[in-house]
Structure formats: C-alpha cells, structure tokens
Design a protein around this ligand. Structure first.
Ligand SMILES: Nc1nc2c(c(=O)[nH]1)N[C@H]1C(S)=C(S)[C@@H](COP(=O)(O)OP(=O)(O)OC[C@H]3O[C@@H](n4cnc5c(=O)[nH]c(N)nc54)[C@H](O)[C@@H]3O)O[C@H]1N2
Ligand SMILES: Nc1nc2c(c(=O)[nH]1)N[C@H]1C(S)=C(S)[C@@H](COP(=O)(O)OP(=O)(O)OC[C@H]3O[C@@H](n4cnc5c(=O)[nH]c(N)nc54)[C@H](O)[C@@H]3O)O[C@H]1N2
Ligand code: SF4
Ligand SMILES: [Mo]
Length: 713
C-alpha cells in the first residue's frame, strides 16, 4: 500500500498573520467535494480564498477539502464558452453565439427526430436547485424522457435495497455523529479513512469490522478485517445471516413487532452454511462467527455499506442481504443502532431526490405515478400528460447515444463520463457518434474536450444554494467570491437555453432561492419532503433533516427528522421487509486467459474522475498517475517489477498503470484507482454488466491479466 497517498493531513491552525479581505470573519459554507460536506469557513485573500474547518475542535478537513480553493484559480479554468469550429478545434466564442448555436441544434434535432433525440446527464455534485431545475428543463423545455445522472453509478443499489426494505431511502437515517457513540460498526466495502477521513473521528470508539479484499487504511484500524474474494459479499452476508439464526442471535421481539418476510429470506440463507461460505468467499468460518457475535452483542451497533459491496451486478441483492442481517439482529429503526449507506458525492443524497433520475420526479416521486405527475405538473404549470414517461438508466442512456433511434444530442452537467463511466472505451465511441455534445463545466474535463460546445460555469465558492449531506441534512452553500467575468451559473445557463427554446422566463428563474422555493412546493407531500425547510431556518442555524413537511395547522414548524423509523418504517404497514435474496455469481470470473480479479476505487488525494483534484499541484504530486496494486507473489509470477509500467487487460480493454507491490492484498486480486485519464482510465477494463434492479454497473470487478508493458519504464 502506498504511503504518500494515504497519509492523512494534520489539521493546521489557520495561518497566523494571514491577510484576509473585508470579510475577515469569513463565510460559512461547506466543502466542494464529498457527501460528508464538512462545514468550512471561507475568507477572501487577495483575489482568492482560504478555507478552514468551521469548528476545528470538531475535526479537520481532508487534504482535498483544504486545497479545494486552488481549483477556483486553476490555470486552465474555463472563462469563456468554447465552440468547435470547422477546423475541428474548440475555440472561444461569446455566450449568445454559443447558446444560440445549442438552441438551434436542439430545435432542429427535436423537429427531425422527436423529443427523445436530446438527452441530459446530471450529477450528484449539483446543488438541489440545479438538480431540480435540470429535471424540469428536461421534462418541460426539452420534453425528453432521456435524463439520468452519475448517481446511478454511485448509490443506486443501496437506494433500491433501502426503498424495498424500509419504504424510504436516506443514506444514513440517523445523524452521522451517532456513529461516535457506537460500540460495533461493520463497514462492508467502504474505506472512509481515505474517502471521508474526517468521518474517522466518529469511528474511534467502536470496534470496526471491515469487509474489504484490500487491507486498506480503514482495515488497518479494524478489530476484525474480513478479506473476501471480490464480488462475494452476497454469499458472505447470507452466511452471516445464517449464523445469526443458527447461533440463536435473532432479536425475536423485534422481528415480530417490526418486520415481515423473515421466513422467505431465511429459506434462501439456509443453504449458506459457514463452510460453504468460506469456500466461496475465502473468509474463515471463525472470523464470520466472530463478526456475527460482535454485531449481535449488547450496545450500539451499525451495519454500513460502501461502494465495494454495492458496485456489482448484484449490488441491490448484496445490500439487501446486509440489511437482512441488520434486521435479524434488530438494528434498524432503533436509536443508537441501524443500517446506513455511506453516500458519496457532495449532493449524492439531494441529487437523488429532485427529479434528475430517469424514473423520478421531485420529492423522490415516481414518474409513473399518476398522482405524482399531477402534483408536479401543477407546480410546473403544465399538463400532466405532457410529461414524458421514464427514460433510460445512465449506462443504457450512454450506450444508446448516436445509435439508430437513440439520442443525437447530449447535455452534460457535472459529470466526466469519458473517465468515470464503465466500459469507457465504448462510451467514448458513443459520445463521438453524437451530432451535438454540450458540456457545462468549470475546467476542461476529458468529456468537455470531446464536446462541440463547452459552457463555463461557476464553482462552489462563487455560488449559492443548498445541498443535502449523507445524513439527509439540508445545508447552505454560500458564495464568497464573485465568479470570474464571462462565467455563468448552471441555473443561468438552463434559463437562457429554456428561453431560447420558447419557455416563459418566469418558469426558469436563475436565482437559487426562487428555485428552492419551487422545489419545496414540488416536494411537498413526497417521500423526500422539503416543504418545511426554508432558507431563513437554515440561515438561522437550524439543523434540518428531511422529511421536513410544511408547518402543521397551528403553524408550528416541523423540526425535521434526524432519526427515521424509530416508531415505524415507511411501508404502509409500518414494518421493514426482509428481502428473499438468492446468491448469484459475478458477471465475469477469472479464467486461464484472465486469471485475476481487478477491482477499482479511490485514493485519498483524488476525487472521482480527477477533473478537479488533478488540477491541484499538491494532490497531483501525491498521486500523479495511474497505478495498479499487485501482491508481490502475483507480481513475481507475472514479471511485474515495483515501479514498472504494466498493462491490465480485460475482455473490455486495457489500462496502463504503474505497478505497486501490496503485500497485504489478496494474491488473486489487483486494485486500480479510477481517477486518471487517457490510457490510465480504470474504466477501460470495466464491463457493462448491470444490476437488474438499480442498473448499477459492475465497477468493482473485472477478470484481468496484468503484463509488463514492454519497452516502457
Ligand atoms: N478521496 C476520495 N474520497 C471520496 C471520493 C473520491 O473520489 N476520492 N468520492 C466520493 C464518492 S462519490 C463516493 S461514492 C465515496 C466512495 O467511498 P468508498 O465506498 O469508501 O470508496 P471506494 O474506494 O470506491 O470503495 C471502497 C472499498 O471497496 C473495496 N472493494 C472493492 N471490491 C470489493 C468487493 O467486492 N467487496 C468489498 N466488500 N469491498 C470491495 C475497495 O478495495 C475499497 O477499499 O467516496 C467519496 N469520497
Ligand atoms: N471504475 C470505477 N468507476 C467509477 C467508480 C468506481 O468506484 N470505479 N465510482 C463511480 C461513482 S461512485 C461516481 S459518483 C462517479 C463519479 O464520476 P463523475 O460523474 O465523472 O464525477 P466527477 O469526476 O466528480 O465529475 C464531475 C465533473 O463535473 C464538474 N462539476 C463539478 N461540479 C459541477 C457543477 O456544479 N456544475 C457543473 N456544470 N459541473 C460541475 C467537475 O469539474 C467535473 O469535471 O464515478 C463512477 N465511476
Ligand atoms: S471529507 Fe469530504 S467534505 Fe470533508 S473535507 Fe474531505 S472532501 Fe471535503
Ligand atoms: Mo459516488
């Protein structure tokens, strides 16, 4: 395991004598990146900003958070729209030319091929207001069903399993800080020591059970580390459930009062006796027994899943199996215990609630539900019948681009699929087959560089809005800097395009607060109800977790819901449902040609496709290029010297990466982070097997071989 990448950064005190601008006190806002949404204070310094944790006593920021201001002044920050000219090159242009060009092309494509000829790709990085407006723009201004977003690649399996089990999906249905009082926490496929370092201060009291094929920094801190074969978590969870039953650890009273479906789930887990599970997963029976005993003990206990368990073609069933385990032990809906999913992107939670998902309208309403359509159409002032039906999930949407009958234009807001989508080589071809690719971004991402039109937008510290963190708490993002001249907000872009497409400007306000007011009305009565969340309340410092419905008849404001399910689950009968999940194998398994499992994920220094963090010199220096972690024995067998370049080859493509020997890794597994561009894209080796329920791709598993790159050093 690399040392430089995982080094956590101590919390420096704000530099003494720092000269700050007029607002020395600073502006309270939240980090640019992940779903922890650490509270920060920004202060002006010259024409830039400095960032510090809002409450240093509460813990620091991670390295990415500390350095986020550098992206504001990235040397290649986009400051003017770009239009691809007849010479095939992107060249600067003015806003009217760019927007007129886009609107003209969109109109022509719709006229010639129908509304679904235009597709939209959104993001869990967008504020609630942007996510909401993007969904409305697609359904109303474009009339297209073809909208989905990168959250499909992130937490969709956990969301599907959570909705089925609890009737509602909120990543953590309890405040994050509750974890700080836990006695035992199982982390299935999550590495927060690198992906949410400040979360670790809440994980010091509990005994951790970490399930990860790699011995990560998180695993090093665990009381128990289970190191399964990648893609076998489903068998492991079935086996742990089996043991909970056979060892007499069930919480019978809880099962009777609060759940349904136990028998059918138990029938499926019955054949998963411990020795069989050991044979499939490689996890010793004694370790499984210890894990269940720890989790069934007295005290406050949690089961949390991350992408390692979720990003599989059986992700939904895998999460469901972990939920079954937590239900068997009586954890969900109990104060001080529970199940949760560690949602990833800054607005990964809010981004999945406000209607940028193919099957969804604001308030986490389903687009196929006539009552939901009527409500939202009422707020939008349109005929419910004019709203399109459900579209395609993110991968199928990308896969359909430029095919006969498929979309011929794509508008991307807040994602870099040329790097982050599965089967990236193929997705690149689909993007190239479009008649029109429009990308709104603040840096020339790999996807932006493929576009016909690039629209430069504002960044976190230059804009206003709300985000919803992984515990379902609505947070204010506040501006501290004016945007650079020539740069617009995403909401301004959507408004300008909508107006050019014939919409009434009043229907597409660009002021975040106005959009939020409309979002409250659109979400009212929905599953994710924001009606009672107001900017005044947020600005007054109230901590509001959804659901937060409108004030009651007496006018008393709703306090929000920090802890869900304490009395009842969200199904009509108030009970949580066990899922009768069966074991299935992975879409691909190693064979003679491709003898190893490759799995993918993250390192501390970079965020996602790396579009932002690769532009921060300190982070780029810490993790400059793609690498592949290989066990030294495996490396020896395949002639892979430490530091040499190798090709990781799958049935889908090959990635070039520098070899790192990792003595604690399984010998049958290699690991490639997905933060790097070009030949270093991990997604050149991932395939397109999708979960049948969530459409989550199998990011965490490909059969590969690793070979030295001849003639390279
Ligand atoms: N530094 C950094 N932090 C981030 C992000 C980032 O890009 N960089 N992104 C944010 C986002 S959007 C997300 S979704 C979160 C993700 O946060 P995590 O889920 O913690 O991140 P990953 O590294 O994708 O996956 C976690 C672990 O799963 C393991 N794993 C791989 N395959 C398997 C398997 O088959 N079974 C099990 N049990 N484990 C497996 C990997 O070895 C890895 O250590 O992080 C957020 N925070
Ligand atoms: N192999 C593999 N692939 C993966 C994963 C994995 O574990 N392994 N994880 C998946 C997961 S969990 C995720 S979340 C995805 C993420 O992957 P992406 O969707 O590519 O996410 P980012 O790299 O954050 O890309 C965001 C882009 O939008 C820009 N941007 C940021 N904020 C805004 C905004 O407010 N407006 C606009 N217009 N642009 C903005 C950024 O500059 C950047 O270029 O990757 C997925 N891909
Ligand atoms: S943990 Fe996430 S929110 Fe906190 S500073 Fe790091 S990237 Fe930002
Ligand atoms: Mo994510």
């Amino acid at each position: 395991m690399s040392v430089d990448l995982t080094a956590s950064v101590p919390v420096p005190a704000p530099a003494a004598g720092t000269t700050v601008g007029p607002d020395t006190a600073g502006t309270a806002t939240h980090c640019a990146y992940c779903a922890l949404q650490c509270a920060t204070v920004l202060a002006r310094e010259g024409d830039g900003v400095t960032v510090r944790p809002a409450d240093p006593a509460e813990g620091g920021l991670c390295r990415k958070g500390w350095t986020a201001p550098e992206v504001l002044r990235a040397p290649d920050r986009l400051r003017t729209p770009l239009l691809r000219g007849p010479d095939g090159e992107l060249a600067p242009t003015d806003w009217d030319t760019a927007l007129d060009f886009v609107a003209d092309r969109l109109r022509a494509l719709r006229a010639g091929h129908g509304a679904d000829a235009v597709a939209v790709f959104g993001s869990g990085g967008l504020t609630n207001e942007k996510a909401y407006q993007l969904g409305k723009f697609a359904r109303v201004a474009l009339g297209t069903s073809r909208i989905d977003y990168n959250g499909r690649f992130c937490m969709s399996s956990a969301a599907a399993a959570g909705n089925a089990a609890f009737g509602l999906d909120r990543g953590l249905p309890f405040p994050t800080a509750d974890l700080g009082r836990a006695d035992v926490i199982m982390l299935a496929g999550a590495n927060p020591a690198e992906t949410m370092p400040p979360l670790m201060r809440h994980l010091t009291r509990a005994d951790l059970i970490v399930i990860d094929p790699r011995r990560t920094r998180t695993a090093e801190l665990a009381a128990l580390h289970l190191q399964p074969v990648p893609g076998t978590d489903l068998a492991l969870a079935l086996g742990l459930f089996h043991l909970a039953v056979t060892e007499g650890l069930l919480d019978r009273a809880y099962l009777d009062e609060r759940t349904s479906g136990f028998d059918a789930a138990w029938q499926r887990a019955l054949p998963w006796w411990p020795e069989r599970v050991e044979a499939v997963t490689g996890v010793p029976v004694a370790d499984m027994r210890r894990a269940v005993t720890m989790l069934a003990g007295a005290g406050r206990r949690y089961v949390l899943t991350g992408r390692g368990a979720e990003q599989h073609s059986r992700g939904t069933d895998t999460v469901a199996a972990f939920v079954n385990l937590s239900l068997a032990l009586g954890l969900p809906g109990r104060e001080g215990s529970g199940y949760g999913c560690l949602t990833g992107q800054g607005n990964g939670q809010g981004g999945r609630e406000h209607g940028q998902k193919a099957d969804q309208l604001p308030g986490y309403r389903m687009i196929t539900d006539p009552a939901a359509r009527a409500h939202v159409a009422g707020v939008w002032g349109v005929d419910p019948d004019s709203l399109p039906g459900p579209g395609l999930d993110a991968y199928r949407l990308l896969d359909s681009l430029g095919t006969p009958g498929g979309p011929r234009a794509l508008l991307v807001f807040g994602s870099n699929p040329a790097v982050s989508a599965p089967r990236a080589g193929h997705v690149g071809e689909r993007l190239a087959a479009l008649d029109l690719l429009v990308v709104a971004d603040f840096v020339p991402s790999e996807t932006a560089l493929l576009a016909d039109v690039v629209l430069p937008v504002t960044q976190w510290a230059e804009e206003e809005g709300t985000l919803t963190n992984m515990e379902g708490r609505v947070l204010r993002r506040r501006p501290v800097l004016p945007p650079p001249p020539g740069v617009r907000t995403d909401l301004e872009v959507l408004r300008a395009l909508a107006v050019r497409l014939g919409q009434d400007p009043a229907r597409f306000p660009a002021a975040p607060r106005l959009v939020f007011e409309e979002l409250r009305r659109a979400s009212a009565g929905g599953r994710a109800d924001y009606a009672g969340v107001s900017w005044e309340r947020l600005d007054a410092g109230e901590e509001l977790h959804w659901p937060c419905p409108a004030p009651d008849a007496s006018g008393t404001p709703h306090p929000g819901t920090p802890r869900m399910f304490l009395d009842r689950f969200a199904h009509p009968d108030g009970r949580a449902r066990f899922a009768p999940v069966e074991y299935r194998g992975s879409a691909e398994e190693p064979n003679a040609e491709l003898p190893l499992y490759a799995t993918t994920g993250r390192v501390l220094a970079h965020y996602q496709s790396g579009a932002q963090t690769r532009r921060v010199p300190e982070l780029a220096a810490a993790a400059p290029e793609a690498f592949v972690e290989v066990h030294p024995d495996t490396a020896g067998r395949h002639g892979l010297a430490e530091g040499a370049l190798a090709r990781v080859v799958s049935a889908h493509g090959a990635v070039v990466a520098r070899v790192r020997h990792a003595p604690d890794l399984r010998t049958d597994t290699v690991f490639v982070p997905f933060h790097f561009p070009g030949e270093g894209r991990a997604n050149l080796v991932t395939g397109a097997a999708l979960d049948p329920v969530s459409a989550m791709p199998e990011f965490k598993l490909a059969a590969v071989r690793v070979e030295p790159l001849r003639g390279a050093s």
